[in-house]
Design a protein around this ligand. Structure first.
Ligand SMILES: Nc1nc2c(ncn2[C@@H]2O[C@H](COP(=O)(O)OP(=O)(O)OP(=O)(O)O)[C@@H](O)[C@H]2O)c(=O)[nH]1
Ligand SMILES: [Mg+2]
Length: 244
């Protein structure tokens, strides 16, 4: 009996020694490679490298874009597609600048297209017509600030056309927007309640519906800066871009 046992254990050890591990190693290598490819692909997808110039029509985005990327302001027509250019900072870093059309039918679509690669957002406002257009100005800003894809990136609200005598200051624009966002928020809140919360990319903006909205309540870095693209006065913006 003992003889038989010894025989079978000897056979087992021979079999283990003779086992071919190549298929197992290949399978392991394939799994490892898949993980590496998936990791690199995901990282590539989420690399944030662009500064988006957004805002309503006629706020001066393309004019500023030509200043930043082409070295001088140029008269342009209403944009129907985006402009993409490069800006080299003083530190020698390359920033991709994307000028997003402000037309109401296009701005949302283009914003969605670029929001996942945005490193910062510049929201341009025409400081002369802002009061008249306040609903639209606040509505699009709300869309941007409440979007889950951009809640962690810095935002500059650039109050352009400060060379005009009727231009509102950035402080006045800030409080105008705070008041208007309260109203926009009310409308959006009821819309949010009517859809499944997980299927929307929008979050609630501010502390709670019972507390008046203030920009300081946001975790996001948001600053209001004056600008006159036409007179090449946008030092605040240049300093901000240097920090990216
Ligand atoms: N007074 C004044 N006018 C400006 C300034 N910046 C731009 N403009 C004028 O505003 C108008 C609109 O400028 P654009 O740069 O084409 O506006 P935009 O935001 O690109 O508009 P869309 O492409 O329609 O989204 C042009 O006539 C510019 O000359 C500024 O700083 N001051
Ligand atoms: Mg334009």
């Amino acid at each position: 009996m003992e003889k038989v046992n010894r025989k079978s254990s000897a056979r087992a050890s021979i079999k283990l020694g003779e086992l071919d591990y190549t298929p197992v190693l290949i399978a392991l290598a394939v799994v490892l490679l898949t993980f590496v490819v998936l990791f690199l692909w995901k990282r590539k997808k989420t690399v944030r490298s662009a500064v988006l110039l957004t805002g309503l029509c006629d706020s001066g985005k393309t004019y500023l874009f030509t200043h930043l990327c082409l070295g001088g302001g140029r008269e342009t027509f209403t944009s129907i597609k985006e402009n993409v250019g490069n800006l080299e900072t003083k530190k020698g870093r390359q920033l991709k600048i994307v000028d997003v059309p402000g037309h109401e039918r296009l701005r949302g679509k283009f914003f969605d297209e670029y929001k996942n690669i945005a490193k910062a957002i510049v929201y341009m406002i025409d400081s002369v017509t802002v009061q008249k257009d306040i609903r639209d100005v606040a509505d699009f800003l709300y869309t941007i600030l409440a979007d889950k894809a951009t809640t962690k990136i810095p935002v500059v609200v650039l109050c352009n056309k400060q060379d005009e005598t009727l231009a509102k200051t950035e402080t006045a624009i800030k409080s105008m927007l705070e008041k208007e966002i309260n109203i926009v928020r009310q409308t959006r809140k009821s819309q949010l309640q009517s859809v499944d919360n997980s299927s929307t990319s929008e979050t609630f903006l501010g502390k709670s519906a019972n507390v008046d909205f203030e920009f300081d309540q946001l975790g996001q870095r948001i600053r209001f800066l004056p600008c006159s693209a036409i007179e090449e006065e946008f030092d605040g913006l240049t300093t901000f871009l240097e920090t990216l």
